[in-house]
Design a protein. Structure first.
Length: 311
């Protein structure tokens, strides 16, 4: 992949984030507005983008690649969860332990990965990108949320799975797979509506992330050992692990570039939401999300530079 093209695209997205920072500082984007935009992105725009990506002719070779990516992503999550549990096992502070562990495993693939893939590779890239998105939702709403369970927030396994299956993104993936497999053509008007809604994903996502970064106080950002290790795992080690596992399963070309990009995304902002939900100290989560996002400007091109050398 052309590193200059990737770097320019990341710079462009960070430029959009700066617009989000500016709207926050000018008081144009208030907390409730940001929350509303987040919900629109998660539950309307993202599902439309996913459905749009599946509007492609059926191909047996694509199905094979799709399944191999699914296997590879499943293995990657299991390895990440195992290693992170082992590495952060002896962190004494419970809040720091779960934040560091969660942040190392779960990235911001939905808000940064999908827009970046869409901008660089179009619908063809998003088609493959939905695989890690599926596993992110499955693992995040089962294993991930279990780390933040308290007596007040505890849910049964059946409730967790119902929450996963009722997620609009999962529903969109199921619909999209049917559209792809049965070569269904959507009505022209509906297709145009989905196209227009999908087109706002990248700029609005970056505005929302920029707005979140603007709320971070540098004075409260403390780089403790668990945070540094979590940053190394999330931004460098686990993406490099993807470079090892995926080619072993025969994944190459556009599909490999897409998965690397998704797995190289920085810490997901959902760690902040989960921590707020249980009313614990949110500073480590904000620090991890903010620094990891800024570092991704360097680490994502670095990962692709390494991939170009060895693959």
């Amino acid at each position: 992949m052309n590193i200059d093209l990737l770097f320019n695209q990341i710079i462009l997205m960070f430029g959009l984030m700066l617009v989000g920072v500016l709207t926050n500082k000018l008081k144009f984007l208030h907390e409730q507005t940001a929350n509303d935009l987040t919900n629109i992105l998660l539950y309307i725009v993202s599902p439309c983008l996913i459905i749009k990506s599946f509007e492609t002719p059926y191909s047996a070779s694509r199905v094979h690649i799709f399944l191999m990516i699914a296997l590879g992503t499943f293995i990657l999550y299991l390895v990440q969860i195992f290693l992170s549990s082992l590495i952060f096992k002896h962190v004494k502070d419970r809040n720091m332990r779960r934040i560091s562990k969660f942040s190392s495993v779960y990235s911001n693939a939905g808000f940064i990965g999908i827009p970046l893939v869409s901008s660089l590779f179009g619908s063809s890239g998003v088609f493959y990108a939905v695989v890690p998105l599926i596993f992110f939702n499955l693992f995040n709403w089962t294993h991930g949320i279990s780390m933040f369970v308290t007596s007040k927030t505890e849910h049964s396994i059946s409730q967790k799975f119902r929450k996963v299956l009722s997620n609009p993104n999962i529903i969109a993936i199921i619909l999209g797979l049917n559209i792809f497999y049965f070569s269904i053509e959507l009505p022209a008007l509906l297709n145009q509506i989905i196209k227009y809604i999908s087109s706002i994903n990248t700029p609005v996502s970056m505005f929302v992330i920029g707005n979140s970064l603007a709320n971070i106080s540098l004075k409260k950002c403390k780089l403790t050992r668990p945070i540094i290790i979590s940053l190394i795992l999330r931004n460098i080690f686990y993406p490099l692990l993807t470079l090892i596992i995926m080619p072993l399963l025969g994944i190459s070309g556009l599909a490999l570039s897409t998965i690397i990009l998704m797995m190289a995304c920085p810490v997901g902002g959902i760690v902040v939401l989960f921590t707020l939900q249980i009313h614990d100290n949110v500073s480590p989560a904000i620090t991890l999300m903010g620094i990891s996002t800024l570092l991704s400007l360097i680490t994502i091109p670095f990962i692709f530079f390494i991939s170009n050398l060895f693959i």
